[in-house]
Design a protein around this ligand. Structure first.
Ligand SMILES: [Zn+2]
Length: 294
């Protein structure tokens, strides 16, 4: 609902509540045979106003709630298309077989990955294969669609799935500051953008290994995702909340496969858990909706 919608609904609610309160008072006055005194006038004015304010506030908060589809190992998104990232050297199938299996057109694959018409496909870096319509339908039919969560557009989501756990929080660790949260997850887990934003860097950054930094509109905050095994987006690209950006790993200064996730404002690290809902437990998966064939 947009602001005009909220305004119209609020005005209607205000008028209806006024009529209702006036009616109640009129019935009451008839029986008591007394004039409407000042207190009643206040009730006529204030009660509908209060009701209207509460309704408008609720509608305003609800207007930020949106369905967010979270990419998984089966359905991934890139440049608004559904498909999957594949490294040809690591796939047991040939290029031709992959194109046929996913129903992808070679020209579309070249276009979305910016591979020239005469250039050969890269073998050791990820290539995005957009799915044909039929393949998407089949995936959804067998329950491999993405999880759908309702999320406030002003809040972040956790960047890895619920098959993970927090192993280290922000704060003092030995004699240094641990500047984010560590989420243990097996190598190759899907890492998604915590909110819509612009990728400001995607590179090997020493101790943090293969890492991605995203600038968000939300309070001008940046997020950082470190120690990945593969980066799937480049600096300068726009990403959507829930869109795959990397595969987790153990690169840089890391003692085991995990995702190091940071939230920063003007280079000052903030506690990521203050900007995220409670870490999802496995049991909470039950309330997550699954993308279905419409
Ligand atoms: Zn860490």
């Amino acid at each position: 609902m947009n602001f005009i919608g909220i305004f119209i609904v609020s005005s209607l609610l205000y008028c209806l509540t006024q009529i209702f309160v006036r009616f109640i008072l009129a019935v009451h006055n008839k029986s008591s045979k007394r004039c409407v005194d000042m207190r009643k006038k206040y009730v006529v004015f204030l009660a509908p106003l209060l009701f209207c304010f509460c309704s408008a506030a609720t509608a305003f908060a609800a207007s930020f709630k949106k369905d967010v589809r979270i990419d998984n190992e089966f359905v991934q998104t890139y440049r608004e298309k559904q498909g999957k990232w594949i490294i040809l050297n690591e796939s047991k199938f040939s290029l031709e077989k992959i194109l046929k299996e996913y129903g992808s057109e070679e020209i579309d694959v070249r276009q979305i990955n910016e591979i020239g018409l005469d250039a050969s496909f890269p073998k050791s870096s990820p290539v995005f294969f957009p799915f044909g319509e039929e393949y998407v339908k089949n995936l959804l039919t067998v329950g491999k669609g993405r999880d759908i969560v309702i999320s406030d557009a002003r809040e972040f989501i956790w960047p890895v799935s619920t098959n993970s756990r927090i192993t280290s929080r922000i704060g003092k660790r030995w004699n240094t500051l641990h500047s984010g949260v560590d989420i243990a997850c097996s190598k190759g887990s899907v890492v998604v953008a915590a909110a819509d934003g612009l990728v400001i860097s995607a590179r090997d950054s020493g101790n943090f290994g293969l890492s991605v930094e995203i600038q968000h509109d939300i309070n001008n905050i940046q997020t950082m995702y470190a120690h990945n095994s593969r980066l799937l987006i480049k600096a300068g690209e726009k990403v959507k909340k829930g869109q795959i950006i990397a595969l987790s790993g153990n690169t840089g200064h890391s003692t085991g496969p995990h995702l190091h996730f940071e939230v920063k404002y003007q280079n000052v690290v903030l506690n990521p858990e203050h900007y995220l809902p409670a870490f999802p437990k496995e049991s909470e998966k039950l309330v997550v909706m699954k993308e279905e064939n419409q």
